[in-house]
Design a protein around this ligand. Structure first.
Ligand code: SF4
Length: 481
């Protein structure tokens, strides 16, 4: 990957981060290659790619994470650490650990004089205190701007430490697409941890790439489904280890639970090591679960086995879905989520007979176009907001569209009194056929019992002037000339 792909998602063809409008004109313009590049003349804070790099790896065993940055960059680590701690509890770990994080703490002097000394000190401390197998070094805007040559420093330190040093280039300013942080982590894994030559294959071994947001319930369900295909799963990199990473190149095939996680890495594994991969969708909802399962099954020549299982699962689940449909039919939904989840959730609401009125997603690209074309066949011209965060646009749209339900992080929409729920649930079931039933009941329960949000609304304030709600939500998106 290091040779062919920079890790910056914006460098992939037809990738848009700043876009808004109706789903039909957007997909038509994209199809005709008439979508113009744009930028926001006013923008709120984005999710930075550094946290995606950190959270993708934070549960790796025998690792220390050195963040080469000022202290503030590590603020989001608490969220990743919480996920790791809860994940351990779900996995039955009795002595729950926190991730081992050391921040080099760049300050004004280092910005002028260079941060090399502090990075060396942080790595030495990591080695002395924890004796890990791997030390990951995450770059930041500050280290990137001052030009610290982290690879050269790591190469110079490496002979003196036992741990493998793995610099990850995730300077926040380099990309507006937070998923670039996943790519940066995998580029580093390939460069610093994988054997460079093809390895002997282990029969029946399949790499299953999964981001941190996958719950233990979902992990078990997906592993169970793959077990039906008589394969062994190498689950990477969540709750993984140095040994499991080394096995990546011995697998017979790869797949990912998320459409935007490890997709570039799987391509690289295919090109460099001849490991084929299935890149389909996130297995949320009936259609997506079928598609995801068949994708990997057909790749390893077990399509018939998968079709038999899918038929049985449809016979079991579809009648139960009818009951949920009666509770949700015709309800209007606004969905906000990461690229993989938001599109998977949008397809899912078709299972429940709901109507999509708005979709917020961080990136629009060739993959998104496939999903939007499919969704346009089911739903009328719904609004698409391509935004990494930007809650000011979201509240404007939610206020205008007045959906019956908001699916996504509920911080803002709950204040309108609208029932809210989410599909980004690292603690409960979401995926596979049982996940559909769990989600359907969760969504219906929220709509039928909106009490908390209704009571919250009269007392909660949103930090925008009333006039903003009458304006065009996309007025700050300007075409780049
Ligand atoms: S790396 Fe840059 S964008 Fe990310 S938290 Fe640090 S300063 Fe902010």
């Amino acid at each position: 990957m290091a040779r062919t792909y920079s890790g910056i998602r914006e460098t992939r063809p037809y990738t848009y981060n700043d876009l808004g409008g109706g789903s039909v004109p957007i997909s038509e313009d994209f199809e005709k290659q008439c979508l113009k590049l744009a930028d926001r003349s006013f923008s709120q804070g984005l999710q930075c790619q550094q946290i995606n790099s950190i959270s993708a790896l934070v549960s790796l065993e025998e690792s220390v994470f050195v963040i080469h940055s000022p202290q503030g960059c590590s603020g989001c680590v608490t969220g990743a650490a919480d996920g790791y701690r809860v994940g351990q509890a779900h996995r039955g770990v009795k002595l729950i650990k926190s991730p081992r994080v050391i921040i080099s703490n760049l300050d004004q002097n280092d910005i002028i004089m260079g941060g090399e000394a502090k990075l060396r000190e942080a790595v030495a401390l990591a080695e002395k205190r924890y004796a890990p197998k791997m030390i990951f070094i995450f770059t930041s805007c500050a280290s990137g701007i001052i030009g610290d040559d982290v690879d050269a420093i790591a190469a110079d330190i490496q002979p003196g430490v036992n741990a493998k040093l793995v610099p990850i280039h995730c300077d926040g300013f380099k990309s507006k697409v937070c998923a670039s942080g996943f790519d940066a982590a995998f580029i580093a894994i390939q460069k610093y941890l994988l054997p460079q030559e093809p390895q002997p294959r282990e029969k029946g071994l399949v790499n299953l790439f999964a981001p941190t947001s996958i719950s233990y319930k979902d992990q078990r369900e997906i592993e169970r489904m793959l077990g039906l295909l008589e394969v062994k799963v190498n689950y990477i990199p969540f709750y993984s280890s140095y040994e499991k990473i080394q096995k990546i190149t011995t697998a017979e095939a790869s797949t990912s639970i998320c459409k935007v996680f490890a997709d570039e890495f799987m391509k690289e594994l295919d090109e460099t090591y001849g490991i084929p991969y299935a890149h389909t969708v996130m297995p949320i909802g009936v259609r997506n679960t079928d598609k995801w399962f068949l994708g990997i099954a057909e790749l390893i020549g077990k399509g018939d086995l998968a079709r038999g299982y899918i038929e049985k699962e449809h016979a079991r689940v579809l009648p139960q879905l009818e009951g949920i449909k009666k509770r949700l039919q015709g309800k209007r939904v606004f969905i906000c989520g990461g690229t993989g989840r938001s599109f998977a959730a949008a397809a899912l609401i078709d299972d429940f007979g709901m109507e999509l009125v708005g979709l917020e997603t961080p990136t629009y690209d060739l993959d998104a176009q496939i999903d939007v074309e499919y969704l346009n066949g089911i739903h009328k011209n719904y609004v698409i907001d391509v935004a990494n965060m930007q809650p000011f646009e979201q509240v404007n749209l939610v206020n205008k569209l007045k959906p019956d339900l908001f699916i996504g992080v509920p911080t803002w929409s709950a204040r309108f009194g609208i029932p809210t729920t989410h599909v980004l649930d690292p603690k409960r079931a979401t995926m596979g056929y049982d996940g559909i039933l769990y989600l359907g009941n969760k969504i219906a329960d929220q709509i039928e019992h909106p009490g908390f949000n209704r009571k919250l609304a009269p007392y909660a304030r949103l930090p925008y002037k009333k006039s903003w709600y009458e304006k065009d939500a996309f007025q700050f998106i300007k075409e780049v000339k």
